[in-house]
Design a protein around this ligand. Structure first.
Ligand code: NAP
Length: 283
């Protein structure tokens, strides 16, 4: 079997086009969906992410307000900015780019965001709603994963899904979404005894570990669907995922490439959440 390569760029472009239409409808009624993006410090990777989010938002008809703060910003100053954005009636969504410089408490900052503006879906309230099966804002990468499964008509209900990684950012919310969609979910992590055996049983594999090609091609069951969230830079500068792509492609029914798979979905879902926030708050 040679897998269908899931074109995340194309799916993300369709999501963004749909979001543009919704944003234009809101604008026609005098509501400009607005995202506040907060970047603290000068981490080059974070700066690139913020630039891409800003561009994607503006292209889709979302007003993006950039708040760039120096690395010397104190916790109190950052919390005060979040409070100001919470109170600003024009701001629909707040995104604080992670990681924050050393010494700043990321969890406290996330907790300070008004859940009605938590377009990143990382506030405990958002995660709580997701755990209850009544999601408000779903974090962007996990939401993107579910859209990619829909794209290949994956039968999630009743499927055996194995999620590799249990971070609050990816693994845990993906597992909750799959469970909410009636999959039988196994979560694996660094203490899992036999990762290969778990993966071999899976109809759906979501790899979110951050270890280059740790998941071997021959672990993948024939006909499985593989979503590779991992982004790992090789010494030669090339990006690879957590899954051995070429070998896994010989067994899977569908698989995401790295880059160009899950990655593009994350920003598209952020913009979608922002327009959704504007509709809920002001529509
Ligand atoms: P993370 O917070 O570092 O979590 C990694 C998870 O992988 C942890 O749960 C860890 O287990 C588990 N793990 C580590 N080594 C393992 C091993 N040898 N076997 C099994 N499990 C292992 O990472 P993250 O933020 O979730 O991100 C994961 C990857 O996705 C990274 O490559 C990141 O760059 C990428 N990512 C991509 C996007 C995108 O838009 N495509 C978005 C976010 C993240 P323990 O809990 O036991 O430590």
């Amino acid at each position: 079997m040679t897998a269908q390569i899931i074109d995340g760029k194309a799916v993300a472009a369709r999501v963004r086009a749909g979001v543009s239409t919704q944003a234009a409808e809101l604008r026609a009624r005098g509501i400009a969906p607005t995202l506040a993006v907060v970047l603290v410090g000068d981490d080059p990777a974070s700066a690139v992410y913020v630039r891409n989010k800003t561009k994607a938002g503006r292209d889709a008809g979302v007003d993006v307000r950039d708040h760039k703060l120096p690395a010397t910003t104190s916790q109190a100053e950052l919390m005060a900015l979040v409070e100001t954005l919470n109170r600003d009636p024009v701001v629909d969504g707040i995104l604080v780019q992670m990681p924050l410089p050393k010494g700043l408490d990321e969890s406290a900052v996330i907790r300070a965001i008004d859940p009605a503006k938590d377009v990143d879906g990382l506030h405990p309230t958002s995660l709580g709603y997701l755990a209850q099966g009544k999601p408000m804002f779903v974090s962007c990468t996990p939401k993107g994963c579910m859209k990619l499964l829909a794209e290949v008509d994956a039968k999630v209900e009743g499927a055996r899904a194995v999620v590799l990684g249990r971070s609050v950012l990816v693994g845990k919310p993906v597992a909750m979404l799959l469970q909410n969609a009636n999959a039988t979910v196994t979560m694996c992590h660094s203490k899992t005894r036999d990762l290969a055996a778990e993966v071999r049983r899976a109809d759906i594999v979501v790899a979110a570990i951050g270890r280059a090609e740790l998941v071997k091609g021959d672990w993948i069951a024939d006909g499985a669907i593989v979503l590779d969230v991992g982004i790992n830079r090789q010494p030669d500068g090339k990006l690879v995922g957590d899954v051995e792509f070429a070998a896994a492609s010989q067994r899977a029914r569908a698989i995401t490439p790295v880059p160009g798979g899950v990655g593009p979905m994350t920003i598209a879902c952020l913009i979608e959440n922002t327009v959704e926030a504007a509709r809920r708050r002001r529509g």
